[in-house]
Design a protein around this ligand. Structure first.
Ligand SMILES: Cc1ncc(COP(=O)(O)O)c(C=O)c1O
Length: 403
């Protein structure tokens, strides 16, 4: 008799490391040289963790042998509070900061502690798919609101509002955005806060890319605008500090937290059940958050990330039949091809054939809960030379597949 996975996994997907990535791994094993543009994993492309973070971790290696407090060590949580204060968000208390094994784990805890069967959560489409997966895994219903490509992928507020029902519990905002690279302006964020206030919804603001913006674009923390709405903000070391493998993230509550005591108890219970998050990584947080932020020299004009963002954006738009909105933040572009002009059934067909014919791994738009049939995500972490190599292959592939 076959051993089956549980039914609550039936609608749970994570295609970034899914079937297409497995196919790519097979090709790698059989000797192919694959350009992997599927995962936002900075160290894979030679980015290094700031020295002070590594020193803080190695100097505390003995201390890190023990379990920590379930919410995390004091200096790390206080460092989060201090940073948040400098962003103009007053009144965040250290007991409302939780450290986790990456933002990933905290998203799971936050949804598991919140949702009853059938509760609805508004999630962007396209999304970072862990959000949809976490809501479904927790028995909730992921309801997707559109983001508008023609307007630089900002959320469609009318669509968001139209999808609010008596079961809606929360709105998820990913800013700067994965997969689109959008960074939301004050007006958009204020309107989202207004909606949440009117309908008594919790705001979840995934700000893991908060310091990765280009062209002088300002990232505005949601919590600085939502002082009277319960807000849960997420950040971490994986992207801004290039330490994805250390598995360190945090969340903090702001706004009317007194009304959320029971919910916070729920997260505390779940945090206790997994004892604590990786202690070594926690020792890097204080060193990360203070002082000069080395990410800014990578995103400034002439910096490595800036140049790579430009290379991807320019090369994609130079291809006839391909369009890409300019990423203003994060590490990704989310272009589309004109379905009528090429011989692809859909986005999935496109990425699978591109992988087998040109050995470049991308992820189809569907993997981000976006069902246009013609979008895909490109990670722009590789050096410009490798980006150019991948884009040459894309050009050739599209030339060969014209309708
Ligand atoms: C928007 C977003 N949130 C969360 C995560 C997960 O990050 P972590 O490494 O902290 O688990 C990612 C990773 O790519 C992401 O893009």
């Amino acid at each position: 008799m076959p051993y089956l996975k549980s039914q609550h996994l039936c609608d749970v997907n994570y295609e970034i490391r899914g079937k297409i990535a497995q196919k790519s791994a097979e090709l790698l094993r059989s000797g192919h040289n694959i350009i992997e543009l599927n995962i936002g994993n900075p160290a894979q492309f030679g980015f290094r963790v700031p020295e002070a973070i590594n020193q803080a971790i190695t100097q505390n290696i003995i201390q890190a042998e023990a379990y920590t407090d379930s919410k995390g060590i004091f200096p790390a949580r206080q460092a989060v509070v201090n940073e948040v204060q400098l962003q103009g968000i007053a009144d965040v208390k250290i007991e409302h900061v939780f450290l986790g094994n990456g933002v990933s784990e905290l998203i799971l805890l936050a949804m598991e502690a919140l949702l009853n069967p059938g509760d609805e959560v508004l999630i962007p489409s396209p999304d970072y798919p862990l959000w949809t997966a976490a809501v479904r895994l927790s028995g909730g219903k992921a309801v997707h609101y559109n983001c508008i490509e023609e307007k630089g992928w900002i959320p469609d507020l009318a669509d968001m509002e139209a999808k609010i029902t008596s079961r809606t519990k929360a709105i998820v905002v990913i800013n700067p955005n994965n997969p689109t690279g959008a960074v939301y302006d004050r007006e958009t964020l204020t309107e989202i806060v207004d909606l949440a206030r009117t309908h008594n919804l919790i705001l979840y603001s995934d700000e893991i890319y908060n310091k990765i913006t280009y062209d002088g674009i300002e990232h505005i923390p949601m919590a600085s605008l939502s002082t009277d709405v319960l807000t849960v903000t997420f950040g971490g070391l994986s992207k801004v500090y290039r330490a994805a493998g250390y598995r360190v993230g945090w969340l903090y509550f702001s706004g009317p937290v007194r009304e959320a005591e029971d919910y916070i108890d729920g997260i505390t219970l779940l945090a206790s059940m997994r004892l604590c998050s990786n202690a070594l990584g926690q020792w890097g947080v204080q060193a990360a958050l203070g002082g000069i932020q080395s990410i800014f020299s990578l995103t400034a004009p002439g910096g490595r990330l800036y140049n790579q963002r430009n290379a991807v954006y320019e090369r994609l738009n130079a291809i006839d039949g391909v369009h890409c909105a300019k990423p203003l933040g994060a590490l990704y572009a989310f272009p589309s091809f004109d379905l009528r002009r090429f011989r692809f059934k859909n986005d999935e067909d496109f990425v699978y054939r591109f992988l087998s014919e040109q050995q470049v791994l991308l992820v189809q738009g569907k993997g981000f809960n976006y069902f246009s049939e013609c979008h895909f995500r490109v990670v722009f972490l590789p050096q410009v030379d490798l980006i150019n190599d991948a884009m040459d292959r894309l050009e050739e592939f599209l030339r060969e597949n014209q309708a």
